[in-house]
Write a protein that binds this ligand. Sequence first.
Ligand code: NAP
Length: 253
Amino acid sequence: MLKIVIFGTGNLAKHLYTAFLKADGVDVAQVVGRNREELQQFAEHTKISADFDAIADADVYVIAVKDGAIAEVSKYLSNKQGIVAHTSGAIALNVIQPKKRGVFYPLQTFTKGKEVDFSTIPICIEAHDKSSLETLGNLAASISQYVHQIDSKERKKLHLAAVFVNNFTNYLYGIGEELCLDEGLSFNLLKPLILETANKIQTLSPHEAQTGPARRNDIKSMEGHLGLLKKKEHITLYKLLSQAIKQAHEKEL
Ligand SMILES: NC(=O)c1ccc[n+]([C@@H]2O[C@H](COP(=O)([O-])OP(=O)(O)OC[C@H]3O[C@@H](n4cnc5c(N)ncnc54)[C@H](OP(=O)(O)O)[C@@H]3O)[C@@H](O)[C@H]2O)c1
């Protein structure tokens, strides 16, 4: 049985907690967080603590606090025997103070109130030593079918790639929603298109899947679109993205 303590009471901590509670071979011994109110939701099945000096002994300490607080929280664990692992895509392994350190980064977007199926989420692990890596691998395999050994340099790049495909894309959904609402149209009209765009890259490369006026270098349509945009940042984005798409497909025109 792997005994774990989770730090944090935010988005990822809650999702990890739910997944680990159901996992075979894992005992969530404690949840530690500074927010006493948020901590209460873990109290039914697990011990909780708002005191970072009263931490239970565990095999793995999973730090799911905001990136800027990882180093600070890991200092409380300098005398513990267990592995101390953070969950961030953007933070290096060596930010953690204790020697038995690792990373346990689930590559997915986690939002409050939105359930996820952990079994399909890639978990990127890294550790200071072989035995810690093996333990983190077992912990990851208890909730996911997809466990990958990824070092800090690779993880940083992966996180950057994730920002492009998730955060930027989602921002663009927001522009789409705004343009629909401007005309009194429902954003639901665009949802089948959003799903098909995401689905088709299961079988096509993003390059092969690209369509649209910029891909075809349809100058008239692009000028028409620019004439409809009111916000400066939307015009800048439209021009920038269209230029990049045009350049990427220049040879095929
Ligand atoms: N959300 C995602 O999609 C996602 C995906 C993969 C990895 N991650 C990683 O997961 C980690 C947590 O992210 P999140 O999305 O769960 O963030 P979040 O929902 O904003 O929660 C952040 C947590 O950190 C705690 N915290 C902040 N500063 C602290 C400090 N100085 N000392 C102790 N606790 C502190 C917060 O406590 P208070 O409530 O008291 O502020 C809160 O419990 C980050 O490293 C992030 O990179 C997130």
